[in-house]
Ligand binder design. Sequence first.
Ligand code: FAD
Length: 385
Amino acid sequence: MTNVLDLFDVNSMLDDDERIVRDAVARFVDDRVLPIIADCFEQHRFPAELVPEIAQLGLLGSTLQGYGCAGLNSVAYGLTCQELERGDSALRSFVSVQGSLVMYPIYTFGSDAQKERWLPSLAAGESIGCFGLTEAQGGSDPANMTTHARRDGSDWVINGSKMWITNAVIADVAVVWARTEEGVRGFLVEKGTAGFEARDIKHKMSLRASTTGALFLDDVRVPADAMLPGAAGMRGPLSCLTQARYGISWGAIGPAQACLRELLDYTETRSMFGATLNSKQSIQERLADMARRITGAQLIALRLGRLKDAGELGAAQVSLAKWNNVRMALDITRDCRDMLGGSGISLEFTPIRHMLNLESVITYEGTETIHKLVVGKELTGVSAF
Ligand SMILES: Cc1cc2nc3c(=O)[nH]c(=O)nc-3n(C[C@H](O)[C@H](O)[C@H](O)COP(=O)(O)OP(=O)(O)OC[C@H]3O[C@@H](n4cnc5c(N)ncnc54)[C@H](O)[C@@H]3O)c2cc1C
């Protein structure tokens, strides 16, 4: 029987392990996330009580080897993002930040001592991390950061601030990127360090089930071994972003599928002008267009994952995928919101929550414009930033 959410049978291109991982996360989302997530969104509350279960499922740093990590391939990891984001972008964001933006740099650029100190507890969800790159004066141009660190004896002293940081107020450790005399470097700053403070950002109308905050560093003194030894220059943070953007390309498929599923059900029973909505040509056209765009996004994500596992992934390919797939999801959730009529503005239905979340997803990890410019540079060889 045709799976209306997978018209090109991408499922058949997965191996058994990938399907098992996807289905386990799907069950978790159905059983544990969907019953509470609308309330979390409404209450502006991150469901921290789910973190141990997310860790138990092996979803934190899931592609890393050792240190209690699951060692999944990239496609299986992508499918976990898809299923988590079908629940809510907040949960996928939590997992992306912990895995791609905190554990990945420690794993890739950290010393053995840093890895031993942090990776097992981050994998187990016993510690939470955040990633401080963006500053108030402009996240699209992170090389223009003003946060700086200077050597003082064998210590480093960091000053500056970071804005729009996922997990900031709940993090035990922050990966803070700062300008130094030897270029941009990454520092592991622990909660409770003198002069270091995280403050919640309130009044968000998007990603309300995620915590976002600002970091303030006022003469924060850290020892020499708090610096990530393997990351020098912008290559460090940018390589983390490539990892996270990869997961987002998969994640965006989840909300689009959830909304299409809901609209197929809704239009089957909603009667208008003497016939069900799903019998109207323009409604079918809109539903068909959603299926077309979801199918394209699924094929892009799968190809991206296979390229990543083959070690052949390029940054422009990730940009194209993030741009295409998030735009696809945002357009679909907005259109589903409209097709629900007045009900579409209620959290009783999922489109408005996903739609509002995706307004963040299309902005963070590089805005849509920035990804278009990355692809434009790939085509022309000319940087238009
Ligand atoms: C909910 C949320 C969570 C986040 N989590 C994190 C996190 O954990 N860690 C972190 O470091 N950051 C995080 N961010 C920050 C995010 O990455 C930035 O918001 C994003 O990069 C955009 O930066 P900005 O907000 O400063 O916008 P700006 O960079 O000021 O961009 C404003 C507008 O200008 C456009 N623009 C920029 N440059 C150009 C150009 N050259 N040509 C044409 N147009 C251009 C942009 O596309 C955008 O439309 C998060 C953001 C949000 C909303």
